[in-house]
Every structure is written in C-alpha cells, then in structure tokens.
Design a protein around this ligand. Structure first.
Ligand code: NDP
Length: 297
C-alpha cells in the first residue's frame, strides 16, 4: 500500500525576507540621497476608487516611507479620459524629480491598459511591464524585472532554495506573473536553470503536471485550487494568489487565502509561502528595489 509522505515544512516567509531587504534598501537610499541631494522618488497613479487597488497603492507608499524614499500618490477620477491619463504619464516621464512610477491596475474599462503601458518611459517603468523591459528580461539584459516574479526570485535566494536542474511548474501565464516567472526560472542564472513547464486553463490533467514539480509556482486567481493530491512530496510551493473568503469567525468578516489549499499542501511541502505574508510583501519590496535602481542609474 502506498502511504503519503509527510514532511516538516518550512515557511518561505516573505514578510521577514522583505524586512531584511528593506534595511539594505534604506542604507542604499541614504547613500543615493547623500550623493544626489535627494532621495529616490516613486510615484503611483491610482485611477478611480477601487478598494483593493487603494489598499495596494497605500501599502506601496507606506513601504517608500519605511526606506526613506519620497513617494507621490496621484489620485485621478474613474471618469478620466484615456488621453488625459496619457498626458499625465507624459508629464511624469519628463519630471526630472521622479525616478520611477507605476499606474495601478486594473484600470477602468474605457482605458486601454496596453496604451498606458506603452506610454510609460521604459527608464521609469519600475513595474517592469513595458515591452522594452520585458524584451531585455528575455535576453538577459539590464532591465526592470516585473515586481512579483522578481520578488519570488529574491525569496528563493534568501532561503537558498536550490533551483538548478529542478522541474519547475508555473501554473498561470499572465503577462505580469506566470510568463515572466517561467522565463526567469529557465534562464541560466540563480535562481533559474530549471526545466520549466507552464500550465494554464487549457492544460489537460493539470494534477499530473503539478505532481511532477520540484518547485511549484501558482498564479491562477482561484482560491485554494491546488489541493494536496496535486503536489509531490517535498515540493517547494510558491502561492501568488490572494483572495478574501467570507468568514464570520473573523473580526473583519473575511480571511485571506491563496490559490493553494495551505492546510492540505503544507504538510507535503519542504518549503511553502504563507498567504498573507508570502509573495505579497516581496512584490512591494521588488518595486522598491527597481526604484532604487532607477535612482542609482
Ligand atoms: P490572471 O487572471 O491574469 O491569470 C490567471 C492565469 O491562470 C491565466 O493564465 C489562466 O489561464 C490560468 N488559469 C485560470 N484558471 C486555471 C485553471 N483552472 N487551471 C490552470 N490554469 C488556470 O491572474 P494574475 O497572474 O494577474 O494573478 C494570479 C493571482 O495572483 C490572483 O489571485 C492575483 O490576485 C494574485 N496576484 C498576487 C500578487 C501578489 O503580490 N501577491 C501580484 C499579482 C497577482 P489562461 O491564460 O488560459 O486564461
């Protein structure tokens, strides 16, 4: 009879890792300020008043304060015309006092996110979404890496997770998470040198693919979708998803879960990210790293 192996898992603690990185960023930011006479400066454009987007942007602004960066939050009305938003972006592109900026997604449906991404000067695109940065990433040239995949790489590095020669399965192929993650894990670098499989909504028998993963990275946007039976014993599991699930036992009326069913998957894993406190804080810290890089260039 086959029995499931239970391992003692360890947490890939994004909160802890990001705190350590933030100390290094703060030291570097102070040096930039001493050399240039001003601190690194990040701006964020928030269009409309979506609650989740506001929370994300405010967390980014707070993180800037923690490391001694200057930050500017530009709130624009939901009804803003696309051309007007593009004008604002053009102004930020030429603002010599600003090192980098982001436009918080999602945008209202009347605004084309591709036009917005293309309008941002690649040298200030600290989200790493502009095609110039994506192309340079693919070629292994200097660029701003997209924040979430880059944060995951930093987390794997922080915990010295071995990646060379491993089977890595990335579930999800979005432009901001799954696709760049797969590229980074297959490049000739550390972390990297994995044999990477990308799974998506058309993948047949997903469980048979995910069970092959030594390193499983999940970014699909479906709460607790990856269950224990889909994971190999001893796998390293990175959960990008974040969802609010109604829970009357909580003061806030909800709890946060990821795309991975933590209670089932953790006992089978060697390392796993918690939700919250895993990938989320690392994403914000990567944005700070990109801004520091922009300010240092
Ligand atoms: P998208 O919705 O853009 O992409 C989801 C991907 O998952 C798509 O490629 C889709 O396939 C695939 N997918 C959907 N359903 C299935 C399925 N049943 N089986 C296999 N693949 C499936 O999401 P994002 O990449 O932007 O985000 C994913 C999750 O990560 C979300 O929960 C989001 O909130 C979270 N997130 C968290 C961040 C953080 O900092 N913690 C940052 C960014 C995102 P197809 O292409 O075929 O449609």
């Amino acid at each position: 009879m086959e029995t499931a192996m239970t391992t003692t898992y360890q947490l890939l603690d994004g909160k802890r890792c990001s705190e350590a990185l933030k100390l290094e960023i703060a030291t570097a930011a102070a040096k930039v300020k001493a050399a240039r006479g001003r601190a690194p400066h990040l701006a964020a454009i928030l269009v409309g008043d979506d609650g989740a987007s506001r929370t994300y942007v405010e967390a980014k602004v707070k993180a800037c304060e923690e490391v001694g960066f200057r930050s500017s939050l530009i709130r624009l009305p939901e009804t803003i015309a696309e051309d007007e938003l593009l004008d604002r972006i053009s102004g930020l592109n030429t603002d010599a006092d600003l090192d980098g900026f982001i436009v918080q997604l999602p945008l209202p449906s009347h605004i084309d996110p591709e036009r917005v991404t293309l309008a941002i000067d690649a040298k200030k695109d600290v989200d790493g979404f502009h095609p110039v940065n994506v192309g340079n990433m693919v070629l292994g040239l200097p660029c701003f890496l997209p924040a979430t995949p880059s944060g995951i790489c930093e987390l794997l590095k922080h915990y010295s997770i071995e990646t060379a020669g491993k089977q890595c399965v990335v579930v999800g192929r979005s432009n901001i998470v799954g696709t760049p993650m797969a590229i980074l894990m297959s490049r000739n670098a550390y972390p990297g040198n994995c044999t990477v499989t990308v799974a998506h909504s058309r993948t047949k028998d997903l469980a048979s693919i995910t069970r092959q993963a030594d390193i499983l990275i999940v970014a699909i946007g479906r709460p607790e979708f990856i269950t224990g039976d889909m994971v190999k014993d001893g796998a390293v599991v990175v959960d990008v998803g974040i969802h609010r699930i109604p829970d009357s036992s909580k003061k806030r009326g909800f709890r946060l879960v990821g795309d991975v069913h933590f209670e089932e998957v953790a006992p089978k894993s060697s390392w796993i990210t918690p939700v919250p406190g895993g990938v989320g804080p690392m994403t914000i810290t990567s944005l700070l790293l990109n801004t520091l890089k922009a300010a240092s260039n």
